[in-house]
Ligand binder design. Structure first.
Ligand code: DLL
Length: 432
């Protein structure tokens, strides 16, 4: 099933021409109207007229997450404020978060991308879609919400948490499709079991739209075998807009709407463009973005471009399931956490020394994060009450800044490992 068959199945040559036309218009607009893009292109010695074919995109400079921080909050926006209809906010690497602004047009192509993905998963007006991604600053909830409404489904904006109630609503309202993180779905499977609810017998659930964190084929198999639900992999990042692209019923890679996003894969070290099939870092150019454009943005997700034609008939490029990142960002309970944010927060607390360790584990389906923190000699004492107070102050500071609860363990000066080479402060024991 297609939402926009003309574009989704457009012959390759026509698709490339469309992408080129969009790219050319975008680059001319950015060069002429935005200082950041103008200066970056000048520094690389490239002008809009040098972009003579789609492949010439390689002449353009890369953009980095650091740029979003340096130009925070709105210096990378390319429309006047009165055209911005929404903000979403996600984790920055340190200090400031990443702010993304949307025009009405941006909400439009974002919902369009989701409508294509949801339709390919067989979701339409007869479905009830329970959206259990967070609503708010995170893009998951509102993104799936708008996409679901666009395809005419009845959307249940359940957001996260209160799992027993989620399952009761699923049964009461005849929910047929759910959108959440894969780990939350596995958690719901456990809660349902405890409640004596059998997904196959007691619910109408048949499709799960899972993403926002890495998950494996074996996790997909476990979900499908135990619940009878068909699981789709949905991918996107807040910088691109939010959740956007998914696999189709052939389940052999994520279809990227080529009129909306141009993808390249590069070697993260040499920055050389890799041929299709080779694994590297994804670089994206958003071809229709208005408020907050992205040109050759190094998204840091690792994948490869797949070129074998998909039996579903879509001609759009596909990327392999995202298995990891080329930076150290962790995704804990669906929330992006950079170790640098943790360090930044800890270093604001006067009692904290300069050594810390981060441990991430998975208990059942849920992630836990523990941070061991070494104190300065003058801050460490045998006074239990003071130590407990300090611990809870550090935990609150981390919770406030990272948006997730972490457990802190205080350590005496000299207790944590020292590193001679590159420090390895993150121990991620999760098996995905
Ligand atoms: O996680 C947007 C989203 C919401 C995607 C709901 C899917 C569903 P951010 O918070 O900016 O946006 O995090 C983006 O999450 O760079 C990947 O590292 C990771 N990620 C997202 N989807 C997948 C996926 C949303 N399907 C970061 N598989 C990305 C693996 C994923 N990793």
């Amino acid at each position: 099933m297609f939402w926009n068959e003309k574009i989704e199945c457009m012959p390759q040559e026509e698709l490339k021409k469309l992408q080129y036309d969009e790219l050319k218009t975008l680059i001319e607009k950015l060069y002429n109207n935005n200082q950041f893009y103008h200066d970056r292109m000048e520094a690389k010695g490239v002008k809009p007229e040098d972009i003579k074919c789609l492949e010439d995109i390689s002449k353009l400079p890369f953009m980095f997450k650091q740029d979003l921080r340096d130009y925070y909050p709105t210096k990378l926006f390319t429309v006047p404020n009165n055209q911005v209809v929404r903000y979403h906010v996600s984790s920055g690497t340190t200090g400031k978060p990443t702010l993304v602004g949307y025009t009405e047009g941006d909400i439009g192509y974002w919902s369009e991308a989701l409508a294509r993905s949801l339709t390919s998963a067989g979701i339409g007006p007869d479905d009830v879609l329970q959206v259990c991604y967070g609503y708010g600053l995170f893009t998951g909830g509102l993104g799936l919400h708008y996409g679901g409404e666009k395809v005419g489904a009845t959307v249940l904006p359940a957001s996260t948490g209160n799992s027993e109630r989620q399952i009761e609503l699923m049964m009461d309202l005849g929910v047929t499709a759910i959108a959440c993180t894969p780990s939350y779905f596995i958690h719901l499977m456990g809660v349902a079991k405890k409640m004596g609810v059998d997904f196959r017998k007691d619910t109408k659930l048949r499709v799960a739209i899972l993403g926002a964190e890495p998950w494996s084929e074996s996790m997909k198999k476990k979900i499908e075998d135990e619940t009878g639900v068909e699981a789709f992999d949905i991918y996107g990042t807040s910088e691109q807009a939010g959740p956007m692209f998914s696999d189709c019923p052939c389940h052999n890679g994520i279809h990227i709407a080529a009129d909306i996003m141009y993808v390249e894969v590069i070697d993260p070290e040499t920055e050389e463009i890799l041929p299709p099939g080779e694994k590297g870092e994804l670089v994206v150019t958003m071809l229709q973005k208005e408020a907050f454009p992205l040109v050759r943005y190094r998204i840091k997700d690792m994948t490869r471009i797949l070129t074998d034609p998909c039996p579903c008939g879509r001609t759009s490029p596909r990327i392999e399931r995202i298995t990891g990142r080329s930076d150290d960002m962790l995704i804990v309970r669906g929330i992006n956490v950079f170790p640098s944010q943790i360090e930044y927060t800890l270093m604001q607390i006067p009692e904290v020394g300069d050594q810390y360790m981060i441990y991430v584990t998975r208990e059942g389906a849920l992630d836990n994060m523990k941070i061991q923190v070494e104190l300065k000699p003058e801050a460490f004492s045998d006074n239990m009450e003071n130590m407990l107070k300090l611990r809870s102050r550090i935990e609150s500071a981390l919770k406030k800044y990272l948006n997730i609860a972490v457990v802190v363990e205080l350590k005496e000066p000299g207790e944590l490992p020292r590193f001679e080479g590159k420090a390895k402060r993150v121990i991620d024991n999760r098996v995905i």
